[in-house]
Ligand binder design. Structure first.
Ligand code: GCU
Length: 351
């Protein structure tokens, strides 16, 4: 009862009591978040192509292969493509894959400890997010310019566009023999953590969904704010273009929203969800992120798997609350995607 709106009640007030009900409830919530928060995602293209432009087989002491690729598909306004880099262990066999929404264009960057990931046996498809469309209010740039806009408040924002391209990357990489389709993850940090959640909510091929310090309009439950964490008013004031215009109406009174972020997280059930926070990242509201894990958990339980086993008592710094398919980790330190975070995710995918 504490977390509002009720997850297990249909919009018409009927209770959600079975896995069959959940299918309909899930569709209802997906539609709600599409129309009221992130905007409506266009249909997936019929075919997605990957073109390998260059290969480097000598990376990470010869333990990794890097491919520079272009991912292409048709849109209502013609052909569109975005660059992507595929990093994979040089060893034979199928590898679990992170579709990584990358903050930076460089191969080696502060959020991407490539060598450790390769040594862990994982592959990465890295998409530099600004290659898809710029992080601003220009809706003619990149993929933003390829789909007509309706102008009715439900047009997709930039988060929706980045998420869409994570799924298009999945379309292609699931055809690659080096990829283990049962261990496909989507991961992002901060604004790209919000994006990873929205991608994972919509696309069930992502068996692992990873939110790193995603905060407001990501993992954080917003009806209970802690400290000076970000609010809907603040985020829509500064980054209105991340969302659909309908979302901006809630800046004045976020409690008017017929949803909260536990709806978003629940769409990932019964798959694996990892929510990491950082102890000094007050802006992203670590406790709010933990509370969402509590609030979304009934979706997993209804589907017959353990959700979040951690409860509401704030995690201790450095504590991993795991044991179900929803896990929460409070890393020591500031807003960052660190080696410690990646290690938590690799451990989850190795269980
Ligand atoms: C800003 C924004 C956050 C976002 C962050 C980031 O701080 O307010 O919502 O998560 O940028 O993406 O780094």
């Amino acid at each position: 009862m504490r977390f509002q709106p009720e997850l297990m009640t249909f919009a018409d007030g009927a209770p959600v009591v079975s896995a069959e009900d959940w299918k309909r409830r899930r569709a209802e919530m997906l539609d709600l978040l599409s129309r009221e928060e992130y905007g409506i995602t266009p249909p997936a293209p019929a075919a997605v192509r990957g073109t390998v432009n260059a290969v480097d087989e000598k990376c990470c002491a010869g333990h990794a292969v890097i491919e520079d690729l272009t991912v292409s598909f048709d849109t209502p306004k013609g052909g569109y493509s975005f660059p992507c880099r595929f990093f994979r262990p040089a060893s034979e066999g199928k590898h679990p894959l992170f579709v990584f929404l990358n903050f930076f264009p460089e191969v080696y960057n502060k959020y991407f400890p490539l060598e450790e990931i390769i040594d862990g046996g994982f592959a990465v498809a890295a998409i530099y997010y600004k290659d898809v469309t710029h992080d601003d209010g220009d809706f003619t740039d990149g993929i933003a310019g390829m789909y007509p806009r309706r102008g009715d408040g439900t047009d997709w924002g930039k988060i929706g566009m980045w998420a869409f391209c994570a799924s298009r990357a999945a379309d292609y990489f699931l055809t690659r023999p080096e990829v283990d389709a049962d261990r496909l993850a989507v991961i992002g940090h901060s604004r790209l953590g919000k994006t990873a959640l929205w991608a994972g909510a919509q696309d069930e091929r992502f068996r692992y969904v990873i939110s790193n310090d995603s905060g407001c309009s990501g993992a954080a439950y917003e009806r209970e704010k802690h400290g000076s964490s970000e609010t809907v008013a603040k985020i829509t004031g500064k980054f209105p273009f991340w969302f659909c215009d309908n979302f901006l109406r809630y800046a004045k009174d976020p409690d008017e929203r017929p949803f909260d972020q536990h709806f978003l997280l629940s769409l990932i059930a019964p798959r694996r969800l990892a929510v990491n926070s950082a102890s000094l990242d007050e802006w992203a509201d670590p406790l709010g992120e933990q509370l969402s894990c509590v609030a979304c958990s009934p979706a997993w339980e209804l589907l017959g798997v353990r959700g979040f086993t951690g409860g509401e008592t704030p995690a201790k710094v450095g504590e991993l609350l795991s044991g179900g398919n929803v896990q929460y980790y409070l890393r020591d330190g500031t807003h960052f995607l660190s080696r410690a975070d990646w290690q938590i995710y690799m451990d989850m995918m190795s269980e």
